[in-house]
Design a protein around this ligand. Structure first.
Ligand SMILES: [Zn+2]
Length: 126
C-alpha cells in the first residue's frame, strides 16, 4: 500500500509541475498509467517512474453537457481518451480546443489543470 501511495503522490506532484509521469514495471517493462497497485501484466509491484512526453492523439472523446455538481459554469466541456506517443492511454479534460474542431486523431499535449486543492489531467492543442 505504501508504494502505491508514493507512486500516486509522485504522479500528481509531477503533474502539478507540468510533467506527465508514467510508471514502468521494473520486472517486465510494462507501462502503467494512471498508476496501478500491481502490474497488470506480471502482477508484480516493482514500479519505477518514467517521464512521458505528454504528446499524443485523441482516440475518443465525450462532450459533457450536464456536469457533476459544482462544475456547472464550465459546461459544456469535453473529456478525451488520449493515446500517448509511448503507447499508453489516459483520460483527461480537453482545454483550449473548440468543441466543434475536436475529433479523433487530433494531436494534443498534456496540460496540468490546477485548482486550489486538486491537480487534474488536461489536454490542449499540441
Ligand atoms: Zn510487470
Amino acid at each position: 500500500m505504501t508504494e502505491r501511495v508514493n507512486t500516486l503522490k509522485t504522479f500528481f506532484e509531477e503533474a502539478r509541475a507540468g510533467r506527465l509521469t508514467g510508471i514502468r514495471c521494473a520486472r517486465c517493462g510494462g507501462l502503467s498509467l494512471p498508476p496501478k497497485e500491481f502490474c497488470p501484466v506480471c502482477q508484480q509491484r516493482q514500479w519505477e517512474p518514467v517521464p512521458l512526453s505528454g504528446s499524443g492523439t485523441v482516440s475518443s472523446f465525450t462532450v459533457i453537457r450536464i456536469p457533476p455538481r459544482g462544475r456547472l459554469p464550465e459546461a459544456p466541456y469535453a473529456v478525451a481518451v488520449v493515446k500517448l506517443d509511448e503507447g499508453v492511454s489516459l483520460l483527461g479534460r480537453v482545454v483550449g480546443v473548440p468543441l466543434e474542431t475536436l475529433k479523433t486523431g487530433l494531436p494534443v499535449k498534456f496540460r496540468a489543470l490546477l485548482s486550489e486543492n486538486e491537480t487534474g489531467i488536461g489536454f490542449g492543442p499540441a
